[in-house]
Design a protein around this ligand. Structure first.
Ligand code: HEM
Length: 62
């Protein structure tokens, strides 16, 4: 298995809405997309910050 971010990038490789999806998951939290453990929300991040982080994750190599 590769890096965690690389695995995420791979899952969303052909998804044109991937940046928006990851921005929402990071901002609001997520559950059930990868496993049974929920991801906590990050409510104080700006849209710009969310976009930078989501884009960075999606650019990760496997
Ligand atoms: C800088 C902080 C963090 C970033 C940028 C980040 C990023 C992400 C991203 C992009 C996903 C994938 C969401 C999706 O597929 O839509 C994810 C999932 C997840 N994260 Fe985080 N995360 C962060 C912090 C945390 C923390 C603090 C925890 C736990 C204490 C956590 C636990 C999880 C879990 C359990 C999932 C899987 C949720 C699911 O199955 O849907 N994350 N994270």
């Amino acid at each position: 298995m590769g890096s965690s971010f690389g695995v995420m990038a791979d899952k969303y490789r052909n998804d044109k809405d991937a940046v928006a999806t990851l921005m929402q998951s990071i901002q609001n939290g997520a559950k059930g997309k990868w496993g049974r453990i929920p991801m906590p929300a990050h409510r104080n991040m700006s849209q710009d910050e969310l976009k930078v982080v989501a884009t960075h994750i999606l650019a990760s190599k496997p």
